[in-house]
Design a protein around this ligand. Structure first.
Ligand code: ZN
Length: 235
């Protein structure tokens, strides 16, 4: 097995940890040491690697809901929405490193007979930690299959093609100036940009409907703010 270290510290929500119930640990040890053990892991093991958990405690407010598989299969629009997001999220997923939890699961093999490792996660972090024969209950993001002909390829190959097809995609920003976005049509435009993972910057004096979904909010009068923006560019 290659030497692996836990990944770099990524921003994760700090949650109060309940007091460890010391009396339970000997019982758990007795259930694991020297026995045949199967392990099932979920999203919680990967949050410390910076992979967001859509359901758990500390999920950010208004986290984007995943696109359901049924919707992905049924509609071209659903697939478009999925890939628009997935393309941007991929670099982070690809770069994620296993954390102490994944490494500990691998190490369990030294105290018990690990007869199976099943994961609900699609992040391949158990593989990266050196575990073998991982059953991926929900599949994996690291391989893609064509819905029409069944052709399979590594996700990274697809990423390269997607990037070649959409130059500049990651550079797009919607700049909202001097609007509270109270009028629905305006809000719709902003929300669509945020949903497509465009950067959304808002310059407005006072709250706006997009305060929770924008990338950046600057409380300022339009004229002054824009002058500063342009002056900075010249400098
Ligand atoms: Zn095909």
């Amino acid at each position: 097995m290659t030497e692996l270290t836990a990944g770099p510290a990524l921003p994760v929500p700090i949650l109060p940890e309940p007091r460890l119930q010391e009396d339970l640990w000997p019982r758990l040890r007795a259930l694991v040491h020297g026995r045949r053990v199967a392990v099932l892991t979920g999203a919680g093991i990967s949050t410390e690697s910076g992979i967001p958990d859509y359901r758990g405690a500390g999920t950010r407010k208004r986290a984007r809901a995943p696109i359901p598989f049924r919707e992905f299969i049924a509609s071209a629009e659903g697939r478009q929405r999925y890939w628009a997001r997935a393309m941007l999220g991929w670099a982070r997923m690809d770069a994620a490193r296993p954390n102490a939890g994944h490494l500990a699961v691998k190490e369990l093999e030294s105290v018990c007979e690990l007869v199976g490792l099943i994961t609900q996660n699609v992040d391949r972090l158990h593989h990266k930690a050196g575990s073998e024969d991982v059953v991926e209950l929900h599949g994996s993001l690291f391989e893609v299959k064509c819905l029409e002909c069944g052709f399979r390829e590594p996700r990274n190959d697809l990423q390269e093609r997607l990037r070649a097809l959409t130059p500049g995609f990651e550079n797009q920003t919607l700049l909202v100036i001097g609007s509270s976005l109270e009028v629905y049509s305006g809000f719709c435009v902003a929300r669509a940009a945020a949903r497509a993972d465009r950067n959304l910057a808002v310059i407005n004096l006072g709250p706006t409907r997009a305060d929770d979904i924008c990338t950046l909010k600057i409380e300022a009068r339009a004229g002054r703010a824009l002058k500063r923006l342009i002056d900075v560019r010249r400098a």
